[in-house]
Design a protein around this ligand. Sequence first.
Ligand code: PAF
Length: 283
Amino acid sequence: MIVASTIASCRSELNQWRQAGLSIALVPTMGYFHEGHLALMRKGRELCDRVVASLFVNPTQFGPHEDLAVYPSDYDGDCRKADQTGVNLLFSPKTDLMYQQAHQTTVQVHELTKGLCGKDRPGHFQGVTTVVAKLFNIIQPDFAIFGEKDFQQLVVIRRMVADLDFPVKIIGHPIVREKDGLAMSSRNVYLTPEERRSACILSKTMHVTRDAVLAAADHLSVSALLSQAKTLISGEKNCSLEYFTIVDEHSLTPCDVVKGKCRAMGALRVNERIRLIDNMPLY
Ligand code: PAF
């Protein structure tokens, strides 16, 4: 595996692959790799001749009181895992390379970023779309693969790609879960064993909601499902709910009845310190 920390060294490698007619998949990440990341890399291998993973903890997508300073990292472990999973090039730039001192350009998707996580994390999605647009321009991949755990991020990126005509195909990969159901996330490392047991209420509630929808003979009303979900989560110690909602998968607007491609989406705080998200298709 080649490790590139400058745009020039990354591009010179990519140019050789392109000249040889090889297709390129990009897996954008912030590192601290777990099975969820590795599944995206494997998907990249399936789709393309070469896989590039980017490892960059993007400061512009963190709010002033968020966990940028303590975001988990394991550079050597990440290099080893990416290499073993078949990544051909790891692009690992420093912050001042990605953001020149004088930078003043951003990319913003307006409507899709207003609700859900956008409400609790102002500026977050603008940071994401700006850095992902930069990565697309640097790498120019044929495919880019994102996990569905950040489902709103995936929908926002699809919109950006369509609106700005990026010549890249976006692939969403289903959530990879721990044995206890918790969606894999680099942030799970913040949880104590007790908090971890409490945190599982989010995925359990997703499953209960999905089971109710799949078992129903007719389209269910969302209000009954949401009140059941909120009761379940409010009964769990250490947890406070940021949101739990059922939305249309494409527009991310709330549904009144569960019909078509709907998805349960939720965000939870464990002991106020740790914010976790999850989602599940209801079809
Ligand atoms: O999903 C993530 O890890 C990040 O939001 C991404 C897409 C790598 C952009 O920094």
